[in-house]
Ligand binder design. Structure first.
Ligand code: B12
Length: 465
């Protein structure tokens, strides 16, 4: 086998996700696979999601790939380092890609990885793989879009790779190479609905300071509405999902595209419920109506804070007040509204946290997810706090989510703040007759008080010195 593609995500090792059970296949690998197969490369995929490490070792031994390519994001660092070592021991050249490795090139290249592909990898791999398989693979300087260690030990960053110009000319993701039905069935078993993901675009032009743009930069390219509708038809024919997830950064960036896409779906008689991510400024009455007609079941709108001051500091280009109105608009059209909340961004005060609680109480989204802000290497947020970043343990053992920011409130403080926030909103739901039983509300009321008291008690503790 020329190339084995894999990723470092094992659901069986992720206790958190085992409670959520909303796994999705690694689309990037599937795109690479179909592109490289069309270019004549022998590609095999080991989809780690439902497997374990022993199965990976057995697969390596059985197939003896010349090259092992591993997708890596910030959460899978540890596993990918282990898989890199195993593949290296097996005699394979190891190529890493995805959003994380290029930000930590030195670290990965000094731990068994041979080459890192920066960003979008189809065209780079099409050149790189035959070179690695052939004679004279030593000099790779003429291959754009890679980082590697030369024989003289120098780390070389080659010129940047031009992105794929026309996405519609790319083959669809190679879904047949893995067991998509295992994902659909997992969804069905846990949520009653089987879901399949696809993307309609690459890249996001917005500049939110904490967001990682390492793969597609700030450009934005789209598949045409007709080509996307054809992909949906093929997904429906092959897997008959109950739901789709458009895994785009912002599905609704281009309003004209959405209108045209709705027409293409209607023309094909396709109306599959779906969920996607949007922004308040990319929604209005007409857009929400079109989305509802298309079958939108749930729309996520990011506003990480209810404090306009914090949103502006994040360069979010989002208006908190308008966002609340859009949440209500979605709900009025029968679409569930979700939002993401980030606590602990640089400069956030307890007053801002209070604003966020009030924002959530006024908006009452159907779902909201909370996270404590973490600086991803390569983002403006990372640069902003870089001189205060401390590693709690060696780099190999942690992810960017574990980085400590000296002077910030402790994790315990944010745990209490989250407890306060979540429970205040539950109480408000009850007050508005949209939530739990009286007993549930009483429990939430007590929990909110505990959260608030915990914040006061721990407000003097900081994360690291
Ligand atoms: C869908 C998605 C998810 C889904 C599903 C993930 C999945 N299995 O697909 C869910 C919701 C589960 C998820 C979770 C998380 N995600 Co996420 N997610 C995305 C999202 C929006 C789309 C991924 C996608 O399909 N992209 C489309 C494909 C075509 O792009 P791609 O995967 O990057 O692949 C290209 C290149 O990377 C490269 N490539 C890919 N694989 C390989 C392999 C080799 C060998 C090579 C050489 C190249 C290569 O070539 C591909 C084609 O050009 C991206 C943002 C984005 N636009 O990519 C964030 C993103 C990947 N997620 C991110 C994060 C932070 C997370 C979480 C940590 C969030 C959290 N707080 O929990 C978790 C981690 C989960 C985990 N344990 O791994 C970050 C990663 C940042 C980083 N530096 O690592 C991203 C980039 C978002 C962002 N902009 O900050 N995510």
């Amino acid at each position: 086998m020329d190339l084995l593609l894999t990723h470092g995500y094992f659901l069986g090792e992720d206790r958190h996700e085992q409670e959520i059970m909303r796994p999705y296949p690694p689309l990037g690998l599937l795109y690479l696979s179909s592109h490289l197969k069309a270019a004549g490369v022998g590609v095999d995929i080991f989809d780690s999601t439902f497997e374990d490490r022993q199965a990976f070792v057995a697969h390596l031994e059985r197939t003896s790939p010349s090259i092992v390519g591993i997708y890596c994001n910030l959460m899978t660092r540890r596993t990918v380092l282990e898989m890199t070592r195993l593949a290296h021991e097996q005699g394979a050249r190891v190529v890493l890609g995805g959003p994380e490795p290029a930000s930590y090139a030195e670290e990965y290249l000094s731990r068994d990885a041979d080459i890192i592909v920066v960003g979008e990898a189809e065209l780079t791999m099409e050149e790189l793989v035959p070179r690695l398989l052939g004679e004279g693979s030593g000099n790779l300087e003429d291959i754009d879009g890679i980082i590697y260690r030369r024989d003289d030990d120098e780390i070389v960053h080659t010129a940047s790779r031009q992105p794929v110009a026309d996405l519609d000319r790319q083959p669809w993701p190679d879904r047949s190479a893995i067991d998509i039905n295992a994902y659909v069935e997992t969804w069905r078993r846990h949520h009653g609905m089987g879901s399949v993901s696809l993307i309609t675009a690459r890249g996001c032009p917005f500049q939110c300071s904490w967001c990682s743009h390492g793969v597609f930069g700030y450009s934005h390219r789209r598949h045409s509405p007709a080509a996307t509708a054809e992909e949906v038809r093929s997904i429906v024919d092959s897997y008959d999902p109950d739901m789709l997830w458009y895994a785009d950064d912002v599905f609704t960036i281009n309003k004209k595209w959405i209108r045209d896409y709705a027409v293409e779906l209607r023309r094909r008689n396709l109306r599959v419920p779906f969920e996607a991510i949007s922004r308040e400024d990319r929604l209005d009455e007409e857009m929400v109506r079109v989305l509802a007609e298309m079958g939108c079941k749930r729309l996520w709108i990011g506003a990480e804070s209810g404090s306009q001051r914090v949103l502006d500091a994040m360069k979010r280009q989002t208006d908190a007040k308008r966002l609340r109105a859009m949440i209500h608009l979605l709900q009025n059209h029968g679409i569930e509204a979700g939002t993401f909340i980030m606590l602990g961004y640089d400069g956030e005060t307890s007053r801002d946290l209070r604003d966020t609680v009030e924002h959530l109480k006024a908006a009452l989204p159907d779902h909201f997810l909370t996270t404590v802000a973490y600086p991803i290497k390569g983002t403006p947020y990372y640069d902003l706090v870089e001189d205060r970043i401390r590693l709690p343990r060696p780099w190999d053992e942690i992810s960017d989510r574990d980085l400590l920011i000296a002077g910030r409130h402790s994790r315990t403080y944010y745990n209490f703040a989250t407890r306060w926030m979540v429970n205040e909103v539950t109480v408000e739901r009850w007050k508005q007759g949209r939530g739990p039983s009286l007993a549930g509300a009483a429990k939430a009321f007590a929990n909110a008080k505990i959260g608030r008291a915990g914040m006061r008690l721990t407000s003097g503790q900081t994360e690291a010195v």
